[in-house]
Design a protein around this ligand. Structure first.
Ligand SMILES: [Zn+2]
Length: 421
């Protein structure tokens, strides 16, 4: 029978790990300590897949009898699995233990401008279920937030999951997000209490929010193209432009979560008003949104494109359409994408000079263009960044594509609860 275990000393959970109350722990001092020790074992196994009692005893510097007793309890409570005997050249063959995949589950929800995405991870961090392309329009209204909650509940019921077994939900959101305080400042900022509390009260499951670019950076670190690199910049180039920053292997959020507002660096002496209210931001000339606007302006001026028919019929021209046109060798799309990439390269040059990263991961919708985007971007970076610094920097294109943010935020709530962040 599972007892309750403390995943965070400030949170009280019931037998199934579901949040009952946020506040002081009610258990006895001995039970509290026992739970903290067990949590340390579970945290270790979150990052190491498997371990023997001797490994845990060495790593956590506790006696073998203490580890043996705790392992036994964790097994009986359903958190650990005995994976069998370790194969050795000879002598004693110790047992190996790992997390029990079905002990708990974690849910990731990606709130996009035009859709929602869902993913369910098991206790070991593997994807069990996913649902993509759920129609949704992001607006800063209570109705839109309620729709997010309803679709989340629908996903939970569709996969037939007992909600008490889901011990955390991570929400990835565009704009300014302070994951420590739980406040979102760009969207769903109409309540006085933090957004995470609003979501927890509504859904009855511990909630966590993170900026989409940081969630993508975390997905690349845990399941993507980042290998040993510890100082990495993830460029999220969609309609807007954001960056996720990894410094010394840790996500960098800044004091209140605003770090990475790359798109709002005032880089161009223009009079174009940005979504943030200022003029001349990088995003006004070097983003998917800028590309959409430039594309339409060129067609108004009489230039021909494979999208001309669609535009003349009054249909909106979106970033995906322009990328598709570039793949079909549309000259207007290719030349404007190249122009955007060149301008973006100036900004990336600043990031390289400032942070001296080992690796830059190019992600977001515009990265799907491939060479038409990457070649002018790299040329511009060579032109604008100090060569002594930029020659240290490698570039990789994200392989997770559009799945990066939903996977990243699910991995983040798991890491937060398992205390490995
Ligand atoms: Zn701006």
């Amino acid at each position: 029978m599972r007892k309750f275990i403390i995943f965070n000393p400030k949170i009280i959970m019931d037998d199934w790990g579901n949040v009952l109350k946020f506040g002081k722990d009610r258990s006895s001092a001995a039970e509290y300590k026992n739970n903290l020790l067990k949590k340390a074992i579970l945290s270790y196994l979150t990052t190491h897949e498997e371990a023997t009692i001797a490994d845990l005893s060495n790593e956590l510097t506790w006696s073998v009898p203490t580890v043996t007793k705790l392992i036994q309890e964790l097994k009986e409570e359903g958190y650990l699995t005995d994976l069998g005997k370790l194969e050795t050249a000879g002598g004693r063959r110790p047992n190996v233990f790992g997390l029990a995949a079905d002990a708990f589950y974690f849910l990731g929800v990606d709130i996009r401008r035009r859709r929602l995405e869902f993913v369910l991870l098991d206790f070991k961090g593997y994807i069990l279920h996913k649902k993509q392309e759920v129609p949704f329009v992001l607006e800063n209204t209570p109705e839109a937030l309620e729709q997010v909650c309803q679709e989340t509940e629908k996903f939970i019921s569709e996969i037939g999951m007992n909600r008490k077994e889901i011990i955390g939900i991570g929400f990835s959101l565009t704009g300014r997000v302070d994951s420590n305080s739980g406040y979102s400042y760009t969207y769903f900022n109409f309540n006085e209490i933090p957004l995470t509390e609003v979501l927890q009260q509504r859904l009855g499951i511990r909630a966590y929010i993170e900026n989409d670019s940081r969630a993508m950076m975390y997905a690349e670190k845990t399941a993507g193209v980042v290998k040993e690199e510890k100082n990495v910049i993830f460029l999220n180039i969609g309609r807007g432009v954001g960056v996720g920053i990894l410094i010394d292997n840790k996500l960098y959020s800044g004091k209140t979560g605003f770090a990475g507002e790359f798109g709002h660096i005032p880089l161009f002496p223009n009079e174009i008003l940005c979504s943030c209210g200022k003029k001349g931001c990088l995003e006004t000339e070097a983003s998917g949104l800028a590309l959409e606007k430039m594309f339409v302006e060129h067609m108004k001026a009489g230039e021909i494109s494979v999208l001309s028919k669609q535009w003349k019929k009054g249909k909106e021209i979106l970033l995906y359409d322009i990328i598709q046109a570039a793949h079909n060798d549309d000259m207007l799309a290719i030349s404007l994408i190249s122009e955007i990439a060149e301008k973006l390269g100036r900004g990336v040059g600043i990031l390289i000079n400032l942070l001296n990263p080992e690796l830059i991961v190019i992600g977001g919708t515009l990265s799907l263009v491939g060479d038409y985007f990457m070649l002018p971007l790299k040329t511009a970076i060579n032109k604008y960044a100090l060569s002594l610094i930029s020659k240290d920097t490698c570039f990789k294109i994200s392989k997770l594509g559009d799945n990066a943010s939903v996977l990243g935020v699910a991995m983040l709530i798991r890491a937060k609860i398992m205390n490995i962040l």
